[in-house]
Design a binder for this molecule. Sequence first.
Ligand code: NAP
Length: 262
Amino acid sequence: MTAKTIIVTGASRGLGLAVARDAADLGANVVLFARSAEKLEQEAQAIRDEGGKALAVPGDISLEADCRRLVERTIAHFGRIDALVNNAGIIEPIAPLAEASIETWRQNLLTNVLGPVMLTQAALPYLRQNRGRVINVSSGAATYAIPGWGAYCTAKGALNQFNRVLAVEEEMVTAVAVRPGVVDTEMQAVIREMGAAGMPESAYQRFVRLRDEGDLLPPEAPGGAIAVLALFAPRDWDGEFVAWDEERVQELVRKYATRREG
Ligand code: NAP
């Protein structure tokens, strides 16, 4: 069987890197995308050293030209696209609406919403050919408001709607939005660093407590579930917003666990 090719954005660290590694373990060709060119190449090389197939394409998801170049490089290298994981994201600005600069809102929405839209649009012709899947990495913040996270909550709510639009417009593509839980990544470090100034004390302390009490998830846990969804999500989940740890997702993870190497 021809190996599937998956693009993972925000694959230089955190959740995206865990998804990329796991997809490679599941036998997929992996394309890693993020701005940190050197780190990205190191991670792609590490996957190749383990016997996987990986290509690093550095770029900025908020730039349409970079999104198009990512698709072109993927096709030139692997010849197909079966899955796209829209994972790259930023939390900033962490500041009340009344104080945040509109420029920081613009960059948040460009990165978290328009980036996935631009990349999906560029990849659609290839995704259609293979009945491909788009996984939109969302958040609980799509469904409720956290004070100080105005741009992020707005962006993730919009991303969930984009996921539904994709489902109703693109018959040959399966779109699933995922809620990964609270994960021990640099994004959480930024929240702990900037939250004291930009969030109410009680909301901010919740995130400090999660770290102090060891309740942050390792990226590999939701990352493994997202890789499985990207490669095998059932067609009838099209347009849904799922949690990484809900039973039907974990059932799918168990089903494909045996395909991992090692
Ligand atoms: P992270 O460690 O900060 O990683 C973010 C990734 O996105 C990095 O690889 C970063 O790489 C990339 N990125 C940021 N801006 C980019 C841009 N303009 N162009 C290309 N790549 C860009 O955060 P994470 O926690 O893994 O976040 C991954 C996803 O999970 C995000 O969508 C986030 O909203 C979601 N999420 C996270 C949590 C959590 O608790 N951590 C909870 C819910 C949802 P470069 O800096 O090298 O570009």
